[in-house]
Design a protein around this ligand. Structure first.
Ligand SMILES: Cc1cc2nc3c(=O)[nH]c(=O)nc-3n(C[C@H](O)[C@H](O)[C@H](O)COP(=O)(O)O)c2cc1C
Length: 234
């Protein structure tokens, strides 16, 4: 069974309650009113993202906010063209399925009043190699990507801040393979900056209910008060 309603135990501090509520009630919302979001609010989103924790406080993230219809359409055109080309060239049904699934969400990007392109500086690849080599464990280096983790924390801060401000928002990694490189060129960014995803956002369409996202797996599947020697979460 999975949990569909956020359950909040009442803490003593009202600010804590607000925060726990915001964490539990934030949903990925993909339908937005056709009206602009003030740049002051967009600035606040960037400020909130900036307060995320990061490895060595390196703050490796970079955000580009798009809030003009023309720019968002241009991005969407590039994305659509690349995806159609991928469909034509694909000979692998799994890849075709991935492209089709990704395309089914592209309309959310095209119709969003604001799109935030999010990047991060890669962690020194030499360090990853050094760590893997030292421990003779390739997974050790590959799984060790603190800059990506910091990026994810900044993205979540931005989603929570948007929710707190009454905005609807959704993170998208589906567009990444179809925009990668082209978006660097369009923005004049260094090609080594890793494109991690987009956040679409805007004022919510009244009555839109979130998709399946409100469900969560049971806590026992993740949580384990571990003792060494016992099995952990599966
Ligand atoms: C790394 C990541 C990638 C995601 N990519 C997409 C995407 O490409 N398109 C989309 O519509 N939603 C995307 N989502 C949103 C998830 O579908 C959503 O978070 C999940 O279904 C849970 O729903 P909730 O956010 O409403 O709780 C992504 C979320 C994350 C964290």
């Amino acid at each position: 069974m999975s949990e569909s309603q956020p359950t909040i135990k009442t803490p003593r501090n009202p600010a804590t309650l607000d925060l726990l509520r915001a964490i539990a009630e934030r949903r990925s919302l993909r339908s937005y009113q056709d009206r602009p979001v003030a740049r002051e609010l967009l600035g606040q989103l960037a400020v909130s993202a900036r307060w995320a924790p990061s490895n060595w406080n390196s703050q490796p993230w970079r955000f580009s906010f798009f809030d003009s219809k023309e720019d968002i359409e241009r991005l969407s055109d590039v994305m659509d063209a690349k995806a159609q080309e991928a469909l034509l060239r694909s000979v692998d049904p799994h890849f075709t399925h991935f492209v089709e699934h990704s395309i089914s969400y592209f309309h959310v990007v095209r119709n969003a009043p604001v799109v935030v392109a999010m990047f991060y500086k890669p962690f020194a690849p030499r360090m990853e190699a050094v760590i893997s080599d030292f421990f003779a464990d390739p997974l050790c280096g590959a799984g060790w990507n603190p800059n990506l983790i910091s990026f994810g924390m900044a993205a979540q801060n931005m989603l929570l801040a948007a929710h707190a401000m009454g905005l609807a928002a959704c993170f998208h990694s589906g567009p990444v393979p179809f925009l990668n490189g082209a978006i660097h060129e369009m923005l004049g960014l260094h090609p080594k900056l890793v494109f991690g995803g987009l956040i679409t956002l805007g004022w919510p369409t009244p009555g839109e209910s979130p998709a399946s996202g409100a469900k969560r797996k049971n806590l026992e599947m993740f949580l384990n008060f571990s003792s060494l020697g016992e099995s952990g979460p599966r």
